[in-house]
Design a protein around this ligand. Structure first.
Ligand code: SAH
Length: 234
């Protein structure tokens, strides 16, 4: 991290402006994925593969479906629908934007009981009061400042079942100076791999597995995407 005297990228994060941005976005897969809906299938398949590898690494995880997962920063529940509900008996949802949360609340998975509680709040103010087998965070933790992310991951650590895992799946900064990148469109930061690892460590988590999501068409010019699987330090 260069000490260039400039304000840290995450100091520009403004939750009200993020929520304003997301409220202007259509509640569909195209909106969730910033205009690249075609990557959804590859993304969901990559997540299923990553979890399968994790489970081989962690034989203590319950066999069969995991009893309780949570989709954090879930939007309209794309990940819940296409992945988490296949691998968890029940999936809770955390999403601050009401019009997205309502898609989940009014959807079939909620009626079938496959979606459990829906918490309409940002992750910076979510205080989990259950024990989860899987806490999935995808394309949303850039809305938290570094300090908020550390505190949030610490809360997640306390909200895991004995064999539970936190997964963070996020874009990674490709800045040539190795800095995080502030995006003023949705008021978020894209962090470097180095920064993620440092923040997870600060939160008292062990990085048990990390891997890049492969298979997105190069021609789209997307940021690299990386999975991080975290377990409490023993
Ligand atoms: N994870 C979903 C949605 C990604 S879009 C998917 O992969 O399909 C980013 C989501 O983050 C939006 O739903 C947006 O409303 C949500 N978000 C914005 N600020 C947030 C915050 N402070 N905490 C949690 N989620 C936030």
């Amino acid at each position: 991290m260069a000490d260039d005297g400039l304000p840290a990228p995450d100091s520009h994060i403004d939750h009200a402006s993020s929520i304003r941005y997301w409220n202007s976005v259509s509640p569909n897969v195209n909106g969730m994925l910033g205009g690249f809906p075609q990557v959804s299938r590859i993304d969901l398949r990559g997540s299923a593969n990553f979890l399968a590898k994790l489970r081989r690494l962690l034989p203590g995880m319950p066999a069969g479906k995991l009893p309780l997962g949570v989709d954090c920063g879930a939007g309209i529940g794309r990940v819940t629908e296409g992945f988490l509900s296949n691998v968890c008996e029940v999936v809770d949802v955390v999403e601050p934007v009401e019009k997205f949360a309502n898609v989940v609340l009014n959807g079939p998975l909620k009626k079938e009981g496959k979606v459990g509680d829906v918490y309409m709040t940002g992750l910076e103010s979510w205080n989990p009061d259950k024990k989860y087998d899987l806490i999935w965070n995808q394309w949303c933790v850039g809305h938290l400042t570094d300090a908020q992310l550390v505190e949030y991951i610490k809360r997640c650590k306390e909200a895991l079942s004995d064999s539970g895992v936190v997964v963070v799946k996020e874009n990674i900064s490709t800045d040539s100076m190795g800095e995080d990148i502030y995006d003023e469109v949705d008021s978020s930061v894209t962090r470097t791999d180095h920064k993620f690892r440092a923040l997870f460590k600060e939160a008292g988590m062990n990085l048990i597995k990390t891997e890049e999501q492969l298979g997105f068409p190069k021609s789209l010019g997307l940021f690299p995407v990386r999975f991080y699987a975290l377990r409490p330090e023993t």
